[in-house]
Write a protein that binds this ligand. Structure first.
Ligand code: ATP
Length: 450
């Protein structure tokens, strides 16, 4: 009850009692009933005063506590949102917020095998990339592994997950920081005339820093996280470039968290992308961090050559007979022949500024990474040391590269970005263990090299 109201009620009751006593005095004189009424009246007045005293004290104390709690609550809220910002804990978004941020999912900035990515701007002005994960069961699996893998990691070379939205019925969404220069493939492979995309020809210096950035991001995942994280889909389409062309590893949809003390090798259904898959995975001999290192080596070769590792031969006759070139094998031969510079992206050689020593380092490291035996490959931490010049890079052993995965394909097969990931049905494996049943057949073949 409000204090002022209490006082008014008390005053009215006291005045009423006094009036009653006065009336009783006039009506009853000093008789016995008068003294009874008088006594009762005084007792009531005393009780009203006692009540007033206690309730005023109680209210004052309650108001004090309330204001204390309010200010503490506010402090806690400020502290919580500060901690959230500092720790980078992913936020849960409402579908409506994402719809507003992307203006109804208008600006599509990328599309992969399992997701569409839209540009958006949050209320506070932050630019974001909103990834809508398509597909029911697979979507759920990719969503979970992506959140589990990236929610807890923070590194300058890993794309930052700002939040997620998993409203019932609607597709699942992941909200990432927006990385303004798109993916690496647009910056190293020549643009096809039909393509309308951002990009250009990345300079040699920037290619070298990108190689180091990606190695650092992967080294962090392999060595410095609480559980070892295997990316399992390292390819140029999953490497993003920011406004300063620093590289960030993205797309953790296939990532696996492995306990630090867990066996280094384990079996997993073949997924990932054609052209970057390590032989041990194709041969179902178990995967490990060395599987990522193989894919990284394949990406390094594409960075140096500015071309896909698996491509059609240029001449039309060969094309009609489906003759392939396997760039890693060409690189291996050129290295042995001492003609290293012949494999460098021609567009870079025309412009000059290619450091031959760096080319040698990058190519040697790449050939170490794509060694067929996983144990011959370096760790990601060693790769960083080699690229940054702390460790000398020896000439890698000659590899036969007899095992090449490629698909029974059509013309667009050299563009992995437009293709579903590889699905592989093994005789021994249950169908449910297979990542996706694409229309492609996976073949293992001996490549001619050129
Ligand atoms: N944070 C981001 N900022 C800017 N562009 C992005 C971002 N995330 C993704 N993209 C763009 O969207 C494309 C597809 O994204 P992503 O690779 O995550 O999808 P996906 O379906 O998981 O791909 P995949 O085919 O490897 O399964 C990327 O190649 C890139 O061009």
């Amino acid at each position: 009850m409000d204090g002022r109201r209490e006082n008014i009620i008390a005053a009215i009751s006291v005045i009423t009692l006094v009036i009653l006593i006065v009336i009783a005095r006039v009506a009853l004189k000093l008789s016995k009933p008068f003294f009874l009424i008088f006594g009762a009246g005084v007792a009531v007045i005393l009780a009203v005063f006692a009540y007033l005293l206690l309730s005023t004290r109680y209210n004052r104390r309650r108001r004090l506590l309330e204001s204390q709690l309010k200010s503490e609550g506010q402090e806690l809220r400020i502290e919580y949102s500060f901690l959230k910002k500092v720790a980078g804990v992913p936020i849960k978004f409402r579908y409506k917020e994402l719809e507003e941020a992307t203006d109804g999912f208008q600006a599509l900035i990328g599309k992969g095998a399992s997701a569409s990515v839209f540009k958006g701007i949050l209320d506070d002005g932050t630019s974001v990339a909103v990834k809508r994960i398509d597909g029911e069961e697979r979507g759920e699996r990719e969503f979970r592994s992506e959140v589990a893998a990236i929610a807890s990691v923070h590194h300058v070379n890993l794309v930052r997950l700002l939040g997620y939205c998993n409203a019932p019925i609607a597709p699942r969404y992941l909200v990432y920081e927006y990385v303004s220069n798109g993916s690496l493939d647009c910056w190293i492979f020549p643009k096809r005339s039909s393509q309308r995309r951002r990009g250009g020809c990345l300079s040699w210096n920037l290619r070298y820093t990108v190689a180091i950035d990606v190695a650092k991001g992967l080294a962090y995942l392999h060595h410095d996280c609480r559980s070892r994280i295997l990316h399992l889909d390292v390819k140029p389409e999953n490497i993003l470039l920011d406004e300063n062309y620093r590289a960030l590893v993205s797309d953790f949809g296939l990532a696996k968290l492995v306990g630090k003390d867990e066996s280094l090798k384990f079996v997993s259904a073949i997924r990932g992308t054609r052209g970057y898959l390590a032989p041990e995975w194709l041969l179902e001999q178990g995967i490990s961090d060395k599987t990522d290192i193989y894919s990284y080596g394949m990406v390094l070769l594409e960075i140096v050559g500015g071309r896909k590792n698996v491509s059609y031969m240029d001449d039309e006759k060969a094309k009609s007979k489906r003759k392939w070139q396997y760039f890693p094998k060409i690189v291996n031969e050129k290295v042995r022949e001492g003609k290293l510079m012949e494999i460098v992206d021609h567009r870079l050689l025309e412009g000059g500024g290619v450091d031959e020593r760096q080319v040698k380092t990058l190519v040697y490291v790449a050939l170490w990474c794509v060694q067929e035996k996983p144990r011959s490959r370096p760790s990601m931490a060693q790769v960083v040391d080699m690229l940054e010049g702390r460790v000398r890079v020896e000439l890698p052993p000659d590899t036969r590269m007899v095992l090449v995965d490629f698909l029974g394909v059509d013309d667009s097969a050299t563009d992995s970005s437009s293709k579903p990931r590889v699905g592989f049905v093994s005789n021994q494996r249950a169908q449910s263990d297979v990542e996706c049943s694409s229309t492609y057949s996976l073949a293992t073949t001996v490549m001619s090299g050129r």
